[in-house]
Write a protein that binds this ligand. Structure first.
Ligand code: C5P
Length: 323
């Protein structure tokens, strides 16, 4: 049960075990876990009576979502503001994730997910990048966590909020991503959704590159970036039990993807068509092919969240079999 907003009065009735209206009666009668989101004037929040009531409730196992500090409706300033709806939602979600970590289908599984683009600097203000939004990778990290996995998400620069219950490691370049991925080893499952830049400028100028008198553009020499997916697949004894690659293609998707699965040495490969007319890159939906040793499955177009849930379900099937 979530009590939101939890007034000083209701918290006092909970602490005292009163059952004088529907809310307090339900709270006394329930055997469900209870979370409270207190909201009140700062002096009421700091009053010894409220302090004592909170201590009693905490002692009984009630989860307390601490109030925010800031300007209050009454004109005072301090602790007692109701946290934002998003923070309350995340706290409730985190509660259920902690439970899944103990008993969900992916309990005990350590997962690594890479997501987003990488930025490869030319100089302190310019970089090479791509259009990846990171949405599919973030949705997969969230879906794995919701089924109880312990998830590390290594993400290039994106504008997305951190998924709840996921360890988020941010980075900029392919080389930084590679270092963070290797630090996250060992793990059971690695899912590489990141659109890692294949090349980076050979040198990063220490100062902004200036236009020359003759206006001739600077030459751009590129060198290859490490292939993180291929490296994970080649790890030998430290190799994750299941490695899943992604292939963003704009033509002959299936043939390119099957060749990529073999070349990289991954177990499963998720292929999609990112031609501009599909609206997939940066969009909310995806239409994928799952390529495994058993063959090719074509999934209907669905939201990236649904692709993530379905893929997490497949991972759970694999985990059941290997555990
Ligand atoms: O070779 P390509 O970039 O098409 O391969 C895509 C797959 O390889 C994705 O799973 C991507 O995350 C991964 N990859 C990688 N490191 C790179 C390039 C791609 O992990 N340098």
């Amino acid at each position: 049960m979530l009590v939101c907003p939890a007034s000083a009065n209701l918290l006092a009735r909970m602490a005292g075990g009163l059952a004088e209206d529907l809310a307090s009666t339900l709270l006394l009668a329930t055997d469900a876990p209870v979370m409270v989101a207190p909201a009140m004037n700062v002096r009421m929040w700091e009053h010894p009576a409220t302090r004592q009531n909170m201590a009693v409730l905490a002692e009984r196992g009630v989860e307390i979502l601490p109030p925010d500090t800031g300007a209050m409706a009454c004109g005072e300033f301090g602790a007692g503001r109701l946290p934002s709806p998003a923070a309350i939602r995340d706290a409730v979600l985190a509660f259920f994730l902690r439970r899944e970590r103990k008993s969900g289908p992916l309990a005990g599984l350590r997962a690594l997910v890479t997501a987003g683009p990488t930025h490869e600097p030319l100089d302190p203000v310019r970089y090479l990048a791509n259009r990846s939004s990171g949405r599919q990778g973030y949705a997969i990290a969230q879906a794995l966590a919701e089924q109880g996995a312990d998830v590390t998400l290594v993400s290039g620069p994106v504008t997305l909020a951190a998924p709840v219950g996921v360890r988020l490691v941010r980075c900029e370049t392919a080389q930084e991503m590679q270092a963070h991925v290797m630090q996250a080893m060992p793990c059971d499952v690695a899912i590489c959704t990141a659109a890692v830049a294949d090349w980076r400028p050979e040198t990063e100028a220490s100062q902004k590159i200036k236009k020359t008198g003759d206006m001739r553009p600077p030459a751009l020499t590129l060198v290859p970036n490490p292939d993180i997916l291929a490296q994970l697949c080649a790890l030998g004894t430290g190799r994750p039990g299941l490695v899943i690659g992604f292939a963003a293609e704009t033509e002959t998707v299936q043939a390119h993807a099957q060749a990529k699965r073999a070349r990289k040495g991954c177990d499963w490969l998720v292929a999609n068509d990112v031609s501009p007319q599909t609206g997939i890159m940066g969009g909310d939906e995806n239409e994928i092919m799952l390529i495994t040793a058993d063959g090719v499955e074509t999934w209907p177009r669905m939201s990236k969240h649904d692709v993530a849930k379905k893929l997490a379900g497949r991972v759970a099937g694999w985990w059941r079999d290997v555990r």
